[in-house]
Design a protein around this ligand. Sequence first.
Ligand SMILES: [Zn+2]
Length: 148
Amino acid sequence: MATICIICYNEKEGKDIEDDVVILAIRKAKNAIGIAKNNRLVVCPGCMEVYKQKRGKYERDLVIHAIIGGLVLLLFVLLPIFTTGFSITSLLLGLLLFALIMALSIFSHCPKIAESGMKTAQAAWKNEAVEKKAAVAAKKKAATRRKK
Ligand SMILES: [Zn+2]
């Protein structure tokens, strides 16, 4: 298992990225055809600026695709209502188009850096420490009770 930067594709150390839906799907597909390398994906310090731009573009693309997809869906639901009456086929078609339009944003896909992941890990460690302290305190209490 190597550590690969997702921007320059070099083997470099850097900040971990989050395994989002797209990456999980790619990993699954690669596993299925047996070419999975299961590399650790990071952004190296040298690529951070480029990464931020790419991530920003992807986030904008997602919003734009959601808006266009939503409008298309709305059109497919509303148009039949005003003409021939509500149509399930039209609704399904609209949903299909919505999914397709959303899927197009995959071309600018750029995963998130796993900062929230770090936070939850740290929170978990903190919780563990608190629980240990509580356990020690409880033992002490029990011990003093026994003495009495
Ligand atoms: Zn890099």
